[in-house]
Design a protein around this ligand. Structure first.
Ligand SMILES: [Zn+2]
Length: 290
């Protein structure tokens, strides 16, 4: 898609995988899930198991000569024993990125919405038994408050924190001098900037992409699945501060419903982007298939 002169391409690491709803949304009953499944259809909820379909992808943002990635998905070869679908993966993400015209050396910046394992995986790759930055010329922009929070968590809980992604996907980037610590309200370039969105994690950010009258927002994990649009205040188990994330999700939906602003989600299945629409007292998501 184009946002003015800025080009945005979605490149999937995991195109579609099924997740038990109870893992994220413990307050949903089977009856409620069945209603959601009928309303949203089989592309979003498996009608048999009632598992939620989710995608894990990056957004390639090209502005002038600059190539940026929003988040780096799950990655290959990572030890994630608690998540079998992420564990020692052998995916073809770099081939898919190449098909979108992006070689690792072309990436100038990786913009991290937050530092969870499914957003930092391709920060690094395994080369001769060592984790090295996948994108050798990139600055990896991380909110300083997010990194400090994660480092405190690792100090308390050990390397197992956040599915063990600190030592294999964050620390190697810091050690190579490629991490750039920024505020949660950071101007990346003309038209591209972050906005603090604490709740899912304390240092989570939204990434705004604006050019002329066009405007898109990468939401990171402010929203995980389209079923949340009908009850944005519903708490999610995925979040470190569920009430804060529910409040922010609700206000985000109110603010952007029925506007032209395109919402680029991190986990909605293909095409993952669209518009928030009012639907009675709540909202729904209209996917953008352009
Ligand atoms: Zn996520």
């Amino acid at each position: 898609m184009q946002v003015g002169n800025i080009r945005i391409d979605r490149v999937a690491d995991i195109e579609k995988s099924a997740h038990p709803a109870a893992r994220g949304f413990p307050t949903l009953t089977k009856e409620m899930l069945q209603e959601h499944a009928i309303r949203l259809g089989p592309d979003l909820i498996d009608p048999g198991s009632l598992d939620l379909f989710m995608s894990f992808h990056t957004y390639v943002v090209r502005q002038g000569d600059a190539t940026m990635l929003v988040d780096a998905c799950v990655g290959n070869d990572k030890e994630r024993p608690a998540r079998p679908d992420w564990h020692r993966r052998q995916g073809d993400f770099l081939e898919r990125l190449a098909a979108a015209g992006v070689r690792p050396q072309d990436v100038d910046a990786v913009l991290c919405t937050h530092l969870h394992a499914d957003h930092v995986g391709w920060n690094t790759r395994l080369v001769n038994g060592q984790w090295v930055p996948t994108f050798p010329n990139a600055r990896y922009l991380m909110a300083e408050v997010e990194l400090r929070h994660f480092q405190d968590k690792v100090a308390r809980e050990g390397n197992a924190a956040n599915n063990h992604c600190y030592p294999d996907s964050v620390l190697p980037v810091i050690e190579r001098g490629q991490a750039e610590l920024v505020s949660t309200s950071h101007r990346i370039s003309s038209g591209i900037y972050t906005e603090h969105a604490p709740g899912h994690t304390p240092g989570s950010v939204l990434i705004h992409i604006e050019d002329g009258r066009e405007h898109a927002i990468c939401t990171g994990d402010l929203i995980h699945h389209p079923l949340q649009m009908s009850d944005p205040g519903m708490p999610t188990q995925y979040c470190e501060d569920p009430p804060a994330s529910a409040r922010l999700r609700s206000s985000f939906c109110r603010q952007y419903a029925d506007t032209r602003i395109v919402v680029l989600t991190a986990h909605f299945p293909y095409p993952s982007k669209g518009w928030i629409k009012r639907d009675g007292q709540a909202f729904r998501f209209e996917f953008d298939y352009r």
